[in-house]
Write a protein that binds this ligand. Structure first.
Ligand code: SAH
Length: 214
């Protein structure tokens, strides 16, 4: 993809190796992380920390998730090329870039207009072409459903009902579920018209998923 694949990104490759050491196994996820210029997704003043396995602050009091968390969530998605995936919480756009590198058909919603606009410009500049939306992720994108996979990158206290209904049968949603004290990484699989199963995958801390737009 445009800028990101034409030049070797040694720091990003080191970051991918670090994540592999920490247990990330999906080679396609690691290859995506090894390519993406993460420093482009944070403020210039944070650039020196961009390839550390750490979350970093972005505008509007939000965060770009820790690379390990991005990789862990993406691994749980088990994305196949061409799958239709909806991300809730575009934030910096970094996770959306990872999904694009994995050749998914990417849709992403952000509730802060400022973040939506910044991510849109940044992703375009880097040559990524997800479809971005400014809106409330709790609503999803009913007109574009069903989705093969849904990825929530902010923490809701309950599984968002409307998003469950926008999964195709056989598809699944990856989300950090819980309140401000911490969340369980959860996979909700739609197994039938009105049937869902749930598994959990360890403890994480995300910013809360909030209703409405700003
Ligand atoms: N995926 C992002 C992580 C950003 S942090 C990245 O790669 O940088 C989570 C983001 O979710 C924040 O930008 C926050 O504003 C957004 N968010 C929280 N609640 C939301 C909602 N209801 N709809 C859409 N976005 C939401």
């Amino acid at each position: 993809m445009a800028d990101s694949s034409q030049h070797k990104n040694v720091k990003a490759e080191e970051l991918a190796k670090d994540l592999k050491r920490k247990g990330i196994r999906d080679e396609r996820v690691l290859a995506a992380i090894a390519k993406i210029p993460r420093e482009q997704f944070v403020d210039k003043s944070m650039a020196e920390y961009a390839y550390l396995d750490r979350p970093l602050p972005i505008e509007e009091g939000q965060t770009i998730s820790q690379p390990y968390t991005v990789a862990f969530q993406t691994e749980l998605l088990q994305l196949k090329p061409g799958e239709k995936v909806l991300e809730i919480g575009t934030g910096s756009g970094y996770q959306a870039a990872v999904l694009c590198e994995m050749e998914a058909e990417v849709y992403s919603i952000e509730r802060y207009q400022e973040l939506y606009l910044l991510a849109k410009e940044r992703l375009r500049r880097l040559g990524y072409t997800p479809q971005l939306f400014f809106g409330d992720g709790y609503e999803g994108l009913p007109g574009l459903a069903p989705f093969d996979k849904i990825l929530i990158t902010a923490a809701p206290e309950e599984i968002p009902e409307k998003l469950k209904e926008q999964l195709r049968i056989g598809g699944w949603m990856v989300l950090p579920l819980g309140g401000r004290q911490g969340q369980k990484m959860t996979v909700v699989k739609r197994t039938g018209e009105d049937r869902y199963s749930r598994t959990t995958h360890g403890d994480f801390i995300f910013v809360p998923m909030q209703e409405g737009t700003q």
